[in-house]
Ligand binder design. Structure first.
Ligand SMILES: *[C@@H]1O[C@H](CO)[C@@H](O)[C@H](O)[C@H]1NC(C)=O
Length: 474
């Protein structure tokens, strides 16, 4: 068993490519202190109480002695080897006085809440906490993603009806990986499956791989509304305040940001993976940019591009840069990096298959000597660079255009970017990257405390024997 797993994870690391791994963060484990209202695991003099009418699957990792245990009417304990419950001896100085401790209601967790998923380029990165940042729509599972519900954990995830199907590549539950939709549907009919995925909708396993090196669309556009209402459910459907006057709206993101959006047009030689690695290797690894979050993906713009020269499709590569700065400094580091990336595209873009780059930015106010105090508001703007080697016919026209854009570009550059150095000409190493785009792991949201009244009427519960489904003992 173990060797097979090691082999599998090795293979997963070798076959890097487009696969993104997404892991569900919340769990309903007995030993997770944040699942209990006292923020501690019940000890021997305590009474552990599960809401009577709430369905839940609970993974138990170790033995527990308790004074009392009230169980839900419909639920299960999944016991690890050696785990279990026993009646406590009368007195235990380490746990006095005992109290009633309530298990949180596990109902509130929505599949579409982007804050409840971690994403990474490999399972290793998931383990190491090297998470990818992405726009909200792509932070919930996409069509080509491998989903992981951590082994040795129980969970409960609600998936709403949206009108479009939720599709993904594979899903791992309790250590078992499903790559076939029939097997997974079968699993969803099991008692454990029903408790973990109460629906009403079931995710579909497609086992598809992205075949396009220039990148694939995530496929969640049509669910953006659900994603955003889940994202903002604890803040009254309001976006957090930002300090820049006219925040940018990245495609697929729920809220406006201070920072930078770079939009790329590309040709078939563009490789999203290679270019992402270039950005990480060349820029994000620098100390001064270590706090910047970078998202890069293929998106479909809702507005048709005016010059639909390329196949008439309005697909582009979107790069989003956000920094951790606040107040008047919000977005300033991101802007600095934005200029570096634009300068890099200026010299190297063509070799990466980039034909055009456009940068928008919004930052907090800058107290610059060039601006009068009264105009020290937030700034925003657009920088455009065009880099074409396309058509001989249009060569002279583009030559003209290129110069015009460069001029504009460099004027902006000098104005905002005094004294910075460009880091061009670094060769792109293939396959040697050990950096990832980090996202602070501290975004976990606490479950909303369920009503304590739920438990008042707690006598005479019936309960089936703890179930341990040996199928998933991998
Ligand atoms: C405990 O549960 C919370 C909420 O479900 C989750 O965010 C957190 O990661 C869990 N902690 C551990 C150690 O599993």
């Amino acid at each position: 068993m173990c060797t097979i797993q090691i082999l599998l994870s090795l293979l997963a690391v070798i076959a890097v490519s487009e696969a993104i791994y997404k892991r569900w963060i919340p769990n309903t484990n007995f030993e997770n202190a944040s699942n209990w209202n006292e923020r501690r695991v019940p000890c021997s003099q305590d009474t552990a109480m599960f809401p009577r009418d709430k369905k839940v699957s609970v993974f138990v990792q170790s033995p527990h002695s308790l004074t009392n245990l009230y169980m839900p009417l419909d639920g299960e304990f999944i016991l690890a080897d050696g785990a279990g419950f026993m009646a406590a001896s009368n007195d235990d100085p380490a746990c006095t006085p005992g109290t009633h401790i309530n298990f949180h209601d596990a109902e509130g967790h929505e599949w579409f809440d982007p804050t409840l998923w971690s994403s990474a380029q490999s399972t290793d990165d998931l383990e190491m906490g090297r998470f990818l940042f992405s726009v909200d729509a792509e932070h919930v599972p996409c069509l080509y993603d491998d989903l992981i519900f951590s082994p040795e954990t129980s969970f409960r995830v609600h998936l709403k009806e949206t009108g479009s199907e939720v599709q993904l590549r594979s899903i791992s539950v309790l250590g078992k990986k499903f790559t076939n939709n029939e097997d997974f549907s079968q699993y969803l009919k099991s008692p454990t499956g029903k408790l973990q995925f109460p629906g009403p909708v079931q995710p579909q396993i497609m086992n598809l791989r992205c075949q396009d090196d220039t990148g694939c669309l995530c496929g969640n556009d049509e669910m953006l509304q659900e994603i955003c209402s889940a994202r903002l459910q604890y803040s009254g459907n309001k976006c957090p305040e930002v300090t820049c006057a006219s925040p940018l709206q990245p495609i697929g993101h729920c809220c406006g940001i201070c920072g930078v959006i770079i939009s790329l047009e590309y040709i078939s030689t563009f490789n999203l993976e290679t270019y992402r690695n270039r950005l990480i290797h060349t820029f994000l690894s620098l100390n001064k940019y270590s706090s910047i979050k970078l998202a890069i993906s293929k998106v479909q713009s809702s507005l048709p591009i005016l010059s639909s020269m390329r196949f008439g499709k309005n697909l582009k590569i979107q790069i989003v840069l956000i920094d951790g700065k606040e107040g008047s400094l919000a977005g300033s580091d991101a802007l600095q990096l934005g200029y570096d990336i634009m300068a890099d595209i200026e010299t190297q873009g063509e070799s990466f298959g980039i034909t055009k780059a456009e940068m928008e930015f919004a930052t907090g106010s800058i107290t610059s000597p060039q601006t009068a105090p009264m105009s020290a508001g937030a700034i925003s703007g657009i920088v455009i660079g065009t880099f074409l080697g396309l058509s001989l016919l249009a060569a002279s026209y583009f030559l003209y255009k290129l110069d015009a854009c460069r001029l504009q570009y460099f004027r902006f550059f000098h104005f905002w970017n005094n004294g910075s150095r460009m880091e061009d000409d670094e060769p792109v190493g293939h396959g040697g990257f050990d950096n990832v785009i980090y996202e602070p792991a501290a975004e976990n949201k606490q479950a909303v405390t369920g009503g304590e009244e739920d438990l008042k009427a707690g006598t005479g519960f019936q309960f089936d024997n703890p179930v341990f489904d040996s199928n998933f003992d991998a």
